[in-house]
Design a protein around this ligand. Structure first.
Ligand code: 4AD
Ligand code: MG
Length: 450
């Protein structure tokens, strides 16, 4: 049976048989104790055995990391746990030698990153990756329950949605052969890995009204920070007949839904993180559910930053992007997630709806304490003429994106959407502050080890 079942019901006085890996092994004068986990739930189970065990000698020599199958009786425990298993039979499935890097002590996260293939066996990474799994389900549940169509955006694409030139190239060309042209490449043109499924999502929202993508996203940006990865997962809903206020309402409801879903389903994991990583985690998450997110314009943010009694490394300026230190100041200033809307058009993407002032666009970023930018979204430009004018201004290849601009000719509607960085959400949920620790096998500049 699974260890999860043992903790769900009362098995006192019953015979059980479980499998697992040894997390800790203590030998005392008359008894030996094994802390056994199988990953089916956060909790482990204590096994007790003594010299009556037929293979006592062999079992007592087992090192941490070994795998065993135990049959025994569930009895009351004299220790801190509610019950333990008095072993009658222990069969050894796999030995583990002394080179096993995961020992029953605190390892640094940097050390564990180097043994990424074994770190899921630690309590910390059991918590993180269970929450990652449950949060994925929360995302699907939120959208599915509300009638959104889940669609799979292509991974190989010819369009750089964000126009930031951060696409990884996909090619079969022999790069040493200088005579080859783009037309000779596999798809007959330049292609890359997607930086966002948004443009394709807009085509589906223009048919199903509500859709979402949730999949891998790639960015070849050379940022070695704690919140940037070269491969990450993004959730991108796109909603027709929805304006900027409407999409902010959805973002707020969506984030609260995920938090309550995870709080409900991962109480042991959250308690562990609350205990060992950051004391205020549970409070922070519970408070979020009852908070109202702040909604202010980019200009108002700059006003606040300019008045701040802090000397920033980068001076805040109207019309310019805000730095990490500004995001931090603003989220701490309000203490709740902050929607920053109406951004200067020149620092945002081509597809965003232009405001009447000619200077700003209907973009909105959601900034959360401890992470910074968690979500980027906007109302999309629905006017054919305005979109074309903007693309011309930016010297974009309109022909390549005819399928996208044509949506504005064939029954255009107001529509909006956003992209949530799944790993940044996990940083928020787990307070493990480095993106490398919420991705099973992280890819960052100069690092792709597994
Ligand atoms: O703000 P971004 O670039 O927005 C878009 O890509 C839009 N097309 C989304 C949309 O409207 N459908 O990215 C969205 C989010 C960011 O807010 C951030 O959380 C995350 O994706 N993100 C990254 N996460 C990890 N590593 C990176 N390198 C990231 N780049 C963006
Ligand atoms: Mg952004």
């Amino acid at each position: 049976m699974e260890i999860k079942e043992l903790h769900l019901d009362n098995y006192l006085g019953k015979e059980v048989k479980i499998n697992g890996w040894i997390r800790n092994h203590r030998k005392q004068a008359h008894f030996c104790f094994i802390d056994l986990f199988d990953g089916t739930c956060f909790k482990s189970v204590q096994i007790v055995y003594d010299e009556e065990l037929s293979n006592f000698e062999e079992v007592s020599k087992l090192l941490v990391g070994s795998s065993i199958c135990v049959s025994g009786l569930v009895v009351e425990s004299s220790g801190k746990q509610e019950f333990e298993i008095k072993a009658k039979e222990v069969s050894i499935l796999g030995y583990c030698d002394e080179t096993y890097p995961i020992q029953p002590k605190r390892h640094t996260r940097e050390f564990l990153r180097d043994v990424a293939y074994l770190r899921p066996r630690t309590a910390l990474f059991q918590a993180i990756f269970r929450i990652r799994s449950v949060a994925s389900m929360a995302i699907h549940t939120y959208f599915q329950d509300r009638g959104y169509v889940y669609f799979h955006a292509p991974i190989i694409t010819a369009s750089d949605c964000e126009g930031a030139g951060e696409m990884f190239r996909v090619t079969t060309l022999d790069l040493k052969n200088k005579n080859l042209k783009d037309e000779d490449d596999f798809f007959g043109k330049v292609t890359g890995l997607t930086v966002s499924g948004q443009l394709e999502a807009e085509t589906f929202a223009s048919a199903f009204s509500k859709c979402y993508t949730f999949g891998p996203t790639f960015r070849a940006e050379n940022s070695n920070t704690k919140i940037h990865a070269s491969e990450f997962w993004m959730v991108e809903p796109e909603v027709a007949f929805c304006d900027l206020d409407g999409i902010m309402d959805i973002e707020e409801e969506f984030l609260k839904f995920i938090v309550s879903y995870v709080l409900e389903r991962c109480p042991d994991e959250i308690d562990f993180l609350n205990h060992f990583v950051e004391k205020g985690l549970r409070n922070k998450l519970e408070n979020l559910l009852n908070s109202n997110f702040v909604r202010i314009t980019h200009k108002e943010v700059i006003d606040i930053l300019k008045k701040a009694d802090v000397s920033f490394d980068f001076a805040p300026e109207y019309g310019e992007d805000i730095a990490k230190e500004h995001e931090k100041y603003i989220t701490e200033y309000f203490g709740v997630p902050v929607f920053i809307k109406d951004w200067p058009r020149d620092i945002k993407a081509f597809y965003m709806k232009q405001n009447e002032d000619g200077e700003t666009v209907r973009a909105v970023d959601l900034e959360v304490p401890g992470v910074g930018e968690l979500i980027g979204g906007s109302e999309r430009e629905a006017s054919y003429e305005k979109l074309i004018a903007r693309m011309k201004e930016l010297d974009m290849n309109i022909e390549e994106l005819d399928w996208y601009v044509n949506l504005r000719k064939f029954g255009t509607v107001p529509h909006s959407g956003f992209g949530l960085g799944f790993e940044r959400l996990l940083i928020y949920l787990t307070v493990v502050d480095n993106i490398r620790d919420v991705i099973p096998y992280p890819r960052t500049p100069k690092s792709c080890d597994f």
